[in-house]
Ligand binder design. Structure first.
Ligand SMILES: Cc1cc2nc3c(=O)[nH]c(=O)nc-3n(C[C@H](O)[C@H](O)[C@H](O)COP(=O)(O)OP(=O)(O)OC[C@H]3O[C@@H](n4cnc5c(N)ncnc54)[C@H](O)[C@@H]3O)c2cc1C
Length: 372
């Protein structure tokens, strides 16, 4: 049976960054187990300039990712809280420059660096089972080509994303604050050069979002609550198209384009975090430990930062460092809730309708908890 210092479960940005951090700063042997074959389209692409601090910490430079991986974003046009468009230029905001990531290029560069530095990655892992015996983690899985596999490690990391089941299996509680989903499509337009900016527009049942990914490709997503999606059948292409056609900021811009996939994708996009203590020699990072409403554009940056901090906390010889890490996650999540509430409260036109009513109610509940 092969033994590693650390086994990381999940090969998104958080898992890859964790593996790189452990090898570079702690000289650990790492096995990364991924469920997919890495060919699925990754969602999420807006990042802030701070991503480069973590890239640097991992011993990489922006150039390692290829010339078009980080495309400067000039800002966004929004219809939010008003029928009048407003534009926000990144040059004039406190957050500074933002970027549109080429997700495939970004994720692949991180994973290639893991392999080049001596890490082991096994894709297509199914039915991963973990158990802790004394100070050793036992990990079993089934692989389509290699059959049943067994591994051991001193430490275990959950980087398996928003839908992680691992924490639940280990008895860690998760606090879930809403039921947001994104229903989206990748849109191709042979003649259009998509601008380097986002378009965002609120509506009665949620909000629409569009971002150019490359000159002729954009992503368009409708965000709503899962029950509203089902009630309105928003996951059906024809109905989604009908509602998209009513948007002011997005529909006119997409005329003559077509979807690159036969079906719409539906992704969980809710806010949640692991709210009870981790077992010994374990941390969760990225979306697995806390995930955020995409209105905040926090996901990928947080995946990288929590991976670097989580890896350091896990390996630290000092007692209580993992608990400090968890306290930090709680603090970040609380601050994020305040920012998210402020964003949603800017829209007052449909406060009586379920999507907006739920967000107003949640904000007032949070305030009453704070004031107790
Ligand atoms: C619609 C939408 C739009 C978004 N837009 C943005 C944005 O513009 N900017 C931004 O910063 N963030 C955005 N996000 C969030 C962003 O995509 C995530 O925060 C980010 O991908 C988190 O990285 P991660 O590595 O933690 O998880 P993931 O990227 O989800 O990676 C988890 C990995 O674990 C694997 N896995 C899952 N289960 C198992 C298992 N049991 N065993 C082994 N492997 C497993 C998965 O296959 C996956 O490869 C968006 C999210 C959504 C849903």
């Amino acid at each position: 049976m092969d033994k590693y210092d650390v086994i990381v479960i999940g090969g998104g940005p958080a898992g890859a960054a964790c593996a790189l951090s452990l090898m570079r700063h702690h000289n650990k042997s790492v096995l990364l187990l991924e469920r997919s074959d890495f060919t699925q389209q990754r969602i999420g692409e807006q990042v802030s300039h701070s991503i480069f601090d973590f890239v640097d910490y991992l011993g990489l430079s922006p150039e390692d990712f290829g010339v078009d991986c980080f495309v400067p974003n000039y800002g966004k046009i929004s219809y939010w809280g008003s029928d009048i468009a407003s534009s926000h230029h990144s040059l004039f905001t406190a957050q500074g420059q933002t970027y549109q990531l080429d997700r495939a290029m970004f994720d692949e560069t991180l994973l290639m660096a893991v392999v080049e530095r001596g890490g082991t990655i096994i894709p297509r892992c199914k039915q991963i089972k973990v158990a802790q015996q004394g100070s050793v983690w036992q990990v079993q899985l089934s692989h389509p080509a290699q059959g049943d596999l067994d591994f051991q490690s001193d430490y275990l990391i959950d980087a398996s994303g928003r839908q992680s089941k691992l924490g639940g299996e280990l008895g860690i509680e998760r606090t879930v604050t809403d039921q947001l989903v994104g229903v989206g499509a990748f849109i191709h337009h042979p003649q259009r050069v998509f601008e380097q900016q986002q378009r965002i527009e609120s509506c009665e049942y949620g909000w629409w979002y569009m971002a150019g990914l490359s000159k002729d490709l954009a992503v368009v997503t409708c965000f709503t609550d899962v029950d509203l999606m089902k009630e309105m059948k928003l996951n059906r292409q024809a109905i989604w198209n009908t509602h998209l056609a009513k948007t002011k900021a997005i529909a006119p811009y997409l005329q003559g384009s077509h979807s690159t996939q036969a079906r719409l994708w539906v992704k969980q996009a809710n806010s949640q975090y692991y709210s009870s203590a981790f077992p010994e020699r374990f941390v969760a990072v990225g979306d697995a430990v806390a995930s955020f409403d995409p209105v905040s554009s926090m996901g990928i940056g947080f995946a990288m930062s929590s991976a670097c901090h989580g890896a350091h906390a896990l390996i630290s010889a000092e007692e209580g460092v993992v608990q400090y890490y968890q306290n930090d996650i709680q603090r970040i999540f609380d601050e994020y809730c305040e920012i998210k509430d402020r964003i949603y409260q800017k829209e007052q036109r449909w406060v009586g309708l379920p999507f907006w009513q739920r967000r107003a109610l949640f904000a007032s509940l949070e305030r009453s908890v704070v004031s107790v």
